[in-house]
Design a protein. Structure first.
Length: 290
């Protein structure tokens, strides 16, 4: 077996883990497959001569490929860390999260995790996924995201706080029934072009984040946009998408958009929309009664 064949055989041993990493970082099975194939092409071109830790080397390549893909999407822009994080001691990011706590954290949000990750910057997303879900040390993540180790810890910490604050929206019970009623009221008002009705169920500082990286802030602006979108596409249907409360808009027999809702105290405080056909095709959707 020559060097290329040996590398190919060893790469196949690592492929499932690399695919799982890419799936979590990108949120799309199809994109993950493409990313892993790109990792193989890069690894094959470079060769593994002198590489002592093949798994770590392939993880680094995978992280860089995924980071490039996330940035090319026009994802949520990078936010600078406050002054002092680069110089902070390693413990400055807050209490460490052990493997058991990290696993419980990931399980606690379940299918909603990918949607929550969409609200993070690419660097935050990589730091959280690689460290908390795949136990990659911060010192190995830091070169991938182009930050110091202390700043990389803070990226993961900030992402972790957002994940902990996520509301899966599919827990059942009275609280979930209340959230569904708010979403139904929003969709009905959008179909009817009822701007006052829309504003009534939106928090004044509501934010809509699209998967193309754009944002709309404020109840009045979002209400006008939702009314125009419903007029163009016929309005959305309440649904559970990957286990989370959402609305699905269909046209021509297929989904053209999914909106996920965060509802607090009877008002919608945030919406995250997905319109990318690849991501939509990978989602599990179950329509609810209007």
């Amino acid at each position: 077996m020559d060097g290329h064949e040996e590398l190919a055989a060893r790469f196949e041993e690592h492929r499932p883990r690399l695919r799982a990493m890419a799936r979590r970082m990108l949120g799309s099975a199809a994109e993950a497959e493409d990313a892993v194939q790109e990792v193989w092409l890069r690894a094959a071109r470079a060769g593994a001569a002198g590489v002592e830790n093949l798994g770590g080397w392939l993880t680094t390549i995978t992280g860089r490929v995924c980071l490039n893909l996330l940035r090319s999407r026009g994802s949520r822009p990078e936010e600078p860390l406050p002054d002092g994080y680069e110089r902070a001691a390693p413990h400055a990011a807050g209490p460490a999260t052990g493997p058991e706590e990290a696993a419980l954290l990931a399980d606690s949000v379940g299918a909603a995790l990918v949607v929550v990750l969409e609200t993070l910057s690419p660097a935050e997303r990589l730091a959280f996924v690689l460290h908390d879900m795949f136990a990659v040390p911060y010192e190995e993540i830091a070169p991938i995201v182009g930050r110091g180790e202390a700043a990389t810890r803070q990226l993961a910490s900030r992402a972790r706080r957002r994940v902990r604050g996520a509301d899966p929206g599919a827990g059942g019970g009275a609280a979930d029934a209340g959230r569904r009623e708010v979403v139904r009221a929003f969709l009905a008002a959008a179909r009817e072009g009822d701007l006052e009705g829309l504003v009534a169920v939106l928090h004044p500082e509501v934010v809509l984040r699209s998967d193309d990286g754009s944002e709309v802030r404020g109840a009045a602006r979002l209400a006008r946009g939702a009314s125009a979108f419903a007029a163009a596409y016929g309005g959305g249907r309440p649904a559970l998408v990957d286990g989370r409360l959402a609305a699905v808009t269909r046209s021509g027999g297929g989904a053209v958009a999914v909106a996920f809702f965060t509802v607090e105290d009877g008002r919608i405080t945030a919406m995250d929309t997905v319109g990318d056909p690849v991501r939509l095709a990978a989602m599990e959707m179950r329509l609810l009664e209007d």
